[in-house]
Design a protein around this ligand. Structure first.
Ligand SMILES: Nc1ncnc2c1ncn2[C@@H]1O[C@H](COP(=O)(O)OP(=O)(O)OP(=O)(O)O)[C@@H](O)[C@H]1O
Length: 254
């Protein structure tokens, strides 16, 4: 579904990504792991169009994503969450989730000004979908609240609902449980597990190894901008390069 080949990204001459290549198969969960500064967020930003890669190819079906604008990439069916939340603090929870449907709603802006009955019906449909998405992530009772008053864990779930509301072909998740307590992590893990069972293709960046190992079909390991391993969770877990580069470091700091 998503195919990366030789992806590179330089910041002021320094390589953050160097020749990264792997495939994200349809209907599977691919986890991207690696120590701090390995280049995981940079890669997610290159795939979603926030950054243009300096080299290589990122193919999504027939489309080449490298250098494409984020809104074009979103329109192809790729949604994402952010490591540092990017919600609209002045909007309600429901309206934040509705922004995940702008690709579908935007086309009818001019018609919306005409207040045609069809459009009022369409608006209701979009609201219903947003409410359904909130319900799936256990937030239906908070729909009308300003998002700014929500606890951090709830805000993370609003981002997930916004990413999933458009039923995207691929969801990119940048550290969905970072900063959550054990109960909140378990709840999000359960919700991601449900998405997986429903056949949602996910590319997940996460430091929580328990979540990664329980959820991923394939694990890709980055270290200093390079892909050093890829395989099933069991294969990656016993790969000496990974143990040295990543898990070893974690144990050393534990
Ligand atoms: N906008 C930027 N300008 C300059 N350097 C950057 C920029 N963004 C990232 N980098 C550098 O690129 C490298 C990769 O960073 P990145 O945030 O992608 O790593 P990461 O694997 O996501 O780390 P973490 O797990 O801590 O989030 C780091 O050395 C970082 O300092």
């Amino acid at each position: 579904m998503l195919q990366l080949e030789g992806v590179g990204k330089r910041f002021g001459g320094l390589p953050a990504l160097d020749g990264v290549g792997f495939t994200v198969p349809k209907g599977q969960v691919t986890a991207l792991i690696g120590p701090n500064g390995a280049g995981k967020s940079t890669l997610i930003n290159c795939i979603s169009g926030v950054l243009a890669p300096s080299a290589g190819s990122i193919r999504f079906g027939q489309a080449e994503l490298a250098g494409m604008a984020p809104h074009h990439i979103a329109r192809l069916g790729i949604a994402r969450t952010f490591q540092n939340l990017k919600l609209f603090p002045r909007l309600s929870v429901l309206d934040n989730v509705l922004t995940g449907l702008t690709c579908e709603a935007g086309r009818s802006m001019v018609m919306a000004m005409l207040r045609l009955p069809y459009l009022r019906h369409r608006e209701r449909q979009l609201k219903l979908r947003a409410l359904e998405a909130l319900d799936r992530f256990g937030l239906a009772d908070k729909a009308a609240l300003p998002v700014s008053i929500l606890a951090y864990g709830d805000k993370k779930r609003v981002e997930l609902a916004r990413a999933c509301v458009s039923t995207p072909r691929l969801v990119l998740l940048d550290e969905p449980v970072a900063g959550l307590n054990a109960d909140e992590t378990a709840a999000v893990g359960e919700q991601l597990g449900r998405l997986r069972r429903e056949g949602q293709t996910l590319l997940l960046v996460e430091h929580d190894m328990e979540l990664v190992m329980g959820l991923a079909d394939q694990v890709v390991v980055l270290d200093s901008g390079r892909c050093i391993a890829a395989g099933s969770p069991a294969e990656v877990r016993r790969n000496p390069l990974v143990l040295e580069a990543y898990l070893g470091k974690m144990e050393a700091t534990a």
